[in-house]
Design a binder for this molecule. Sequence first.
Ligand SMILES: Cc1ncc(C[n+]2csc(CCOP(=O)(O)OP(=O)(O)O)c2C)c(N)n1
Ligand code: SF4
Ligand SMILES: [Mg+2]
Length: 307
Amino acid sequence: MKVQEVEKITKKRKPAVERRKEPEHPLEPWLRMERFPHIWCSTCGIGIAVTCFIEAVKKLDIPREDICVVSGIGCSGRIAGYIRVDSFHTTHGRAVPFAVGLKLGNPRLKVVVFSGDGDIVAIGGNHFIHAARRNIDLTVLYINNFIYAMTGGQLAPTTPLTAVATTSPYGNYEHPFNLPLLAASCGAVYVARWTALHVRRLTNSIAEALQKKGFSFVEIISPCSTLYARKNKLGTGLDLMKFYHEHSVIAHGADPKEVDIQYQSEIKVGKFVDIEKPSYLENYNNYLKEKLGDQFKPYGEFHEEEH
Ligand SMILES: Cc1ncc(C[n+]2csc(CCOP(=O)(O)OP(=O)(O)O)c2C)c(N)n1
Ligand code: SF4
Ligand SMILES: [Mg+2]
């Protein structure tokens, strides 16, 4: 091509900044686009979970300044860095205690934890069970990809029996956690599970969880194409996503004891628990009011009513 022809073409092209302004993706206002491209592999389910979360927030019309997202470490832990709200990328396993501090510091906030299976129930397990026991008003959205993805595919406390991980080359022989059962038995008021391909149902479930007062928990079954699918020779991430969706059975109200997951077999999804129970702060205020009478100044939302 002649130099003059190249100049003609390049002159016609708009500068990069102008091109970038053209059609805006509907989610762009909720994402930190300056950090894109994101780190997630193609066909990973984490991005879909983020989309469902943002759609749920939009649906409920929650003002951006009222919502905080907290994540720990891992591929799932990167979520906080991409969502354009007040968001915090904390240390591994400490998303829940950080979120508890935020909520108690400013009870008006809607505080959401986005966490991975390793983050929430390996290193962070103790924090998780006590926040659920206390019924702290938090929403935990947890990405179960059955593996420690970011660090190279090690066995997680959710890896199904016989599944291969880098640290269990002959397959897993440890019993995994059944997370809905753990959350429910510790006291969560809302417990649900969907796969990343149940986009509409997952969005609605997140919206429900966000409206609950107390500890709400949604498990999101998400394919990890690069490690879990590859190690177990399960095809691409898309193959795995389809597999999870096609092997899901909707079982609303199922006893959480019955929803454990076996390697590459049926997955019970749906809303398993939806109960009412006073939250941590409600208990705190009611109990101390009774004990101390008028000398006690209620804290949080009760406190605000007085101003
Ligand atoms: C205190 C501490 N211990 C260990 C690590 C290493 N580490 C980083 S991410 C991770 C596991 C992440 O697994 P998961 O929470 O399931 O997230 P995923 O990457 O699968 O989304 C580990 C062990 C760390 N960053 N900090
Ligand atoms: S390694 Fe797995 S979990 Fe991490 S971004 Fe890639 S597909 Fe997703
Ligand atoms: Mg994981």
